[in-house]
Ligand binder design. Sequence first.
Ligand code: NAD
Length: 486
Amino acid sequence: MTARVEYDQLFIGGRWTDPAGSGVIDVVSPVTEKVVGRVPHAGTEDVERAVAAARAAFDHGPWPRLPLAERIAVVTRIKDLLAARHQELAELVSLQNGSPMLFSVRGQALSAVGVFGAALAAAADFAPEEERTGTGGPVLVRREPVGVVAAVTPWNVPQLTIAAKLAPALLTGCCVVLKPAPETPLDANWLAGLCAEAGLPEGVLSVLPGGRETGAHLVAHPGIDKVAFTGSGAAGKAIMAAAAANLTRVSLELGGKSAAVLLDDADLATAIPAIVAGTCAANSGQACVALTRVLVHSSRYEAVAGALGAAFAGLRVGDPADPATVVGPLISRAQQRRNLDYVASAREAGATVLTGGGVPAGLDTGWYMAPTLLGEVTNDMPVAREEIFGPVVCLIRYETEDEAVEIANDSDYGLSGAVFSADPERAARLARRVRTGTISVNGFRLDLAAPFGGFKHSGIGREFGPEGLAGYVEYQTVNLPRPTAS
Ligand code: NAD
């Protein structure tokens, strides 16, 4: 396992540079509650330097003007280095956020490699210019890079969310100022070093570890052309409001409260493992796409409660470094408290705790929460409406398919979901009626080549694959002269 990691410089404009101030961020392990890393805290002066470097690189540097094939070559080297060092990356992410290694290798590190791979595949079909016949004559439709991008990312899947912005931004010719979450600055700095090694030109990338104030200064900066954000709805709203002042473009990937609908003929041998994978086993429940509302037909309620409760109770909770651990600690003491408070509020509202509900025995050091299944939840309870971010799952009854759709859609969010039935076509029909950005049939899957994003309060815009590239493009129409008759 990775030992303590320290940086004493910031990566600004492609060079390791002394920070303007003397503040630091201490990274605290969710397992030991001890400091495991330290980086300089980027302040407003560092933001100014990073935006100036990115502006210069975008306005005057080679990167946006390179032939696409040359940018593809650099991004391919980044992807290859990530793939070669994915184990190291998985350990570094886990060190900071407590992600179980069982999840971290695939869900943190290899998923980032996958996002780069899918973006590269999309870039191979990306046409920077295309001639069309318009209504008044021939037109040249050009795809210009949007400009300098502020990427602001969360701690839960830090590399996946960075890759979802960095890969398309670099491929289209943008320059990027990345502000990672203060809980996970180490892997962002690590990635900066890797990008330099891959030959990314100076100025194209800066990394500014910092908190909300650093982020707020960055996203309100007039030198930023687009903010690409992943995080909470509250921060998303603040960012959109700040961006409005400069008409800065925004894409927002926010939270979720997604439904797994089990139809009356669902095969539990398929559904139960998929729901476990989409809840407690997904980064200890700290996943925006988590299937936190399980909607069950009344006729199957007892069977599902029993089978899912038993599956949750059997999950191994503990040290994320242990390869057998499925559920690790939560990110912070506050997050653990939040989970416990939601369970208490659910109890008061009339829900029952079918399994879990507290801190597992013997795990007093570190911020653990037992996989928790709540029964007899109704969709109006706060536990069913608000994103908790942890291994707490609601079981909700329904009587008819229409009612299942109504409950699934009765949410401020619309990010993910799943439908289970012995008849996949029946499940797919129901899936089409759920207002959500992604939904799986008889499984739980995040496809890195297909558009990913939210309806409603789950966000604006799409990441991954060709639609991900489109988010970093401004279209320019050049009206060409009409051919003269000869
Ligand atoms: P957060 O919103 O607290 O922080 C996210 C990032 O935004 C951090 O870097 C933070 O420092 C920064 N930030 C906060 N306020 C800001 C402001 N006013 N201006 C600029 N920057 C600001 O979220 P978090 O706790 O780090 O992450 C958890 C949240 O992220 C959950 O709601 C989860 O659902 C969401 N998430 C969504 C997706 C998705 O793709 N939809 C993926 C992962 C996580």
